[in-house]
Ligand binder design. Structure first.
Ligand code: SF4
Length: 68
């Protein structure tokens, strides 16, 4: 099982993750920051894991953590 987390203290709300991988990340209307979509904090689908890792690499402030 792979865990996905977003650190809202680091997120700058540029929407890169939510626009590229909306199955995993979404923007909050209230604070404008990224969150993991409810129910997708733990992934076992390999294609979703791959997309989460790409988002982790793409985040400009390293706010996304994907861990085993
Ligand atoms: S890519 Fe990073 S900085 Fe941009 S919205 Fe997602 S978590 Fe926030």
């Amino acid at each position: 099982m792979v865990t996905v987390e977003v650190d809202q203290d680091l997120c700058i709300g540029d929407e890169i993750c939510a626009s590229t991988v909306p199955d995993i990340f979404e923007m909050d209307d209230m604070d404008g920051l990224a969150y993991v979509v409810d129910g997708n904090e733990e992934l076992d689908d390999e294609s979703l894991v791959e997309m989460a890792r790409e988002a982790e690499q793409a985040c400009p402030v390293d706010a996304i953590t994907v861990s085993e």
